[in-house]
Design a protein around this ligand. Sequence first.
Ligand SMILES: Nc1nc2c(c(=O)[nH]1)N[C@H]1C(S)=C(S)[C@@H](COP(=O)(O)OP(=O)(O)OC[C@H]3O[C@@H](n4cnc5c(=O)[nH]c(N)nc54)[C@H](O)[C@@H]3O)O[C@H]1N2
Ligand SMILES: Nc1nc2c(c(=O)[nH]1)N[C@H]1C(S)=C(S)[C@@H](COP(=O)(O)OP(=O)(O)OC[C@H]3O[C@@H](n4cnc5c(=O)[nH]c(N)nc54)[C@H](O)[C@@H]3O)O[C@H]1N2
Ligand SMILES: [Mo]
Length: 766
Amino acid sequence: MTDPESHQTPDPSWSQADYHHPAAGWGAARSVGTFLAKEGAVVSGPRAMARMNHSDGGFDCPGCAWPDDLKGLALDLCENGVKHVAWEMTARRADRHFFAAHAVDELRGWRDADLEAAGRLTEPMSYDAATDRYVPITWAAAFAMIGQELRGLDSPDQAAFYTSGRLSNEATFLYQLMAREYGTNNLPDCSNMCHEASGLALQAALGTGKGTADLDDWETADALFIFGVNAASNAPRMLTALTHAYERGAQIVHVNPLVEAAARRAIIPHEVVDMALNKATRTSSLNLQVRPGGDLALLRGIAKSVFEAHATHPAAVDQAFLARHTHGSDRYRALVEATTWADLTTQSGLSESEIRKAGQIYLASDRTLMSWCLGLTQHEHGVDTVREIVNVLLLRGNLGREGTGPSPVRGHSNVQGNRTCGIDHRPSREFLDRLAAACDIRPPLEHGLDTVATVQAMHRGAVKVFVGMGGNFVRAAPDTAYTAAGMHRCELTVHVSTKLNRSHLDHGRKALILPCLGRTERDPQRSGLQSVSVEDSMSMVHLSRGHRKPPSPHLLSEPAIIAAMARATLPDSTTPWEWYVEDYDRIRDVMARALVGFEDFNTRVRRPRGFRIEQPARELVFHTPTRRAEFSCAPLPDVVPESDDVLVLQTMRSHDQWNTTIYSDNDRYRGIKNLRTLILMNTEDMTSRGIPQGTLVDIVATSKDGSVRELRGYRALAYDLPRGSAAGYMPEMNALVGISDYSTQSNQPLMKNLKVRVTPARAKDE
Ligand SMILES: Nc1nc2c(c(=O)[nH]1)N[C@H]1C(S)=C(S)[C@@H](COP(=O)(O)OP(=O)(O)OC[C@H]3O[C@@H](n4cnc5c(=O)[nH]c(N)nc54)[C@H](O)[C@@H]3O)O[C@H]1N2
Ligand SMILES: Nc1nc2c(c(=O)[nH]1)N[C@H]1C(S)=C(S)[C@@H](COP(=O)(O)OP(=O)(O)OC[C@H]3O[C@@H](n4cnc5c(=O)[nH]c(N)nc54)[C@H](O)[C@@H]3O)O[C@H]1N2
Ligand SMILES: [Mo]
């Protein structure tokens, strides 16, 4: 047998070490400096940052959806937000000379990071099959091509309109209006892979798809339960809330198979004194390394401790709250009492005493807030688990009061706003009726395709035109090869983008890349400089205005591109597309009529920090069939792998990436340098498989439908995670997610729950 190392370019520079420093702090500050230098943004960078997240006149951070600090500093920014802005401001350009120099087939061989490193796109490009190159096309010709293709389809349902969560509210509204006036609800979005489970669960339980807590609640809770999020990397501004909570004596429980950096200690970069003294604050009272998918069992165990305590302490359960505001608590109590501690410990992977400790913290707290992200949602039982969070909160009346409530951490900066403003493949009848009345259109009533269904439909030939409004569908969606093949089967693929990515290269017979303005850039229209609005994770809507000079004079804004696509597709439309684009206030005026909670939009959004969309569940008004908060009684799922040689693999982000955008191959808080093709494993799982630390392995995933996918030559690193589980990075590991690997509850791909077998790497030619 040949040396297994021989089929991988040897990379002696990778390393793994424990990270001993606090999260954020100096590590983050240094990293920002290096990054700005790399993007050639040393001078303009700091100036742009000073305008980010300003309460008036600045732009909203295009990074994550964590809200701005309302009371504290106007400038509340984080390392990753800075990287994100610098990424958009890069001095490099992927212009016509770049595309002339590189055939698409050649570019397919490039790494993702190198594709984006080519720089900002500068003009519309169209695929030319004869030369296998993207060549310049005028905007007018590009729109004409889109219009002709869309008008030529047998049915509007042969087109799918994808949204990545960065699109502004105004562009979002026009986009869904275009799709629905054209005649389809095929509006897949990144939320289908992200928080679909949260939306469905909260809707069923509370009659709202969103969390009820806001930043003030984070600042006043006396117990915070944080499930399945790597906050130091993916929602760094949560660290501020966590350090404040710890300082005021609140209890913080982190539930995660990995002990992530936010579950240790942190220094907040803008707290200058702490930075100077290197004074770190602890950010955790209890870390529970749950088995993947074992959160529901833990939550049920917490409920069990509550009911047990109730036998002797009447105040353990808020009976008055249950009687007045909820439905189904008796059934839930019976279910919990019938579940044995043995089942709860096996399924959660935690000991009874660990679960009871969490129960004690919950019982001792008057105000409890529970937050979660992908560690809960990208599982088979994601919906049930989020509902169990609500069950547990309801037991002690932790809803509708200060310092309490469910609080999902959303992903993209405006993913929540996208849903609010109509990106939904399953729109409610009420939404469609209001839209029809406000816009004088007849929207289709049948539900449309989500992300997984869109990929399947492309393969069947049922979707022939794919429009991507931002994002990187081919890399973000499950089963990379299958998704790419689906795109190749399309008649036309259109991507509205800022940078080159793989979705442009795995294209349809005809293909367009349409370059747009970024959020940091000036958007002048007929009536003057325009602003757009976004909604954060906690339902605050505020304006964002770009100030920078665009990277090319040929870029259009997203609303302008959508309006022109709409006009080309619907030449006789009475919707005043061009008039809307002249002044985005006009879009906001129609949104005020079409969308619940947007009354008087133009005035309210101009208040210094915008406005909060009303949240009936917070006022204990529930739009559920019973008009009460609904308990759920899901069976305890069996999440123990069926045999010892199977590991449950989760795919997650490194510290230095934004979804499919890879900034570097380092993962600072996990102590990893220069390596992404890795799999983190428990030491005992490595030993039992004969895998020494740092050696290469092959990973074989078995999909729900029995099909098998493989990644070869990944490096196994020992890591502190529960036996039977493993972790690696997205998007590379999407190659292992089968198209049938989605939750039957939410249709969300099981990106945190792949069944894999890991063996020492075979020789290359085996
Ligand atoms: N810098 C940066 N910020 C981002 C992003 C980015 O790529 N880079 N992406 C944005 C987007 S779109 C999103 S949706 C969010 C994603 O934010 P996260 O949800 O933090 O994303 P992941 O990196 O996938 O990390 C998943 C976390 O869940 C844990 N986990 C996995 N399985 C389980 C489980 O069964 N139970 C529990 N309790 N935990 C589990 C993992 O160990 C990991 O800590 O971040 C947003 N913010
Ligand atoms: N295996 C695995 N896969 C996952 C996940 C996982 O945890 N594991 N997470 C899933 C989740 S939560 C999400 S949200 C998706 C993310 O999926 P997407 O949202 O589709 O992917 P992004 O990587 O955020 O998209 C990056 C691209 O967006 C474009 N872009 C950047 N800024 C702008 C802009 O201002 N306007 C426009 N029009 N385009 C812009 C750039 O061209 C860039 O290349 O991935 C999902 N995929
Ligand atoms: Mo996301």
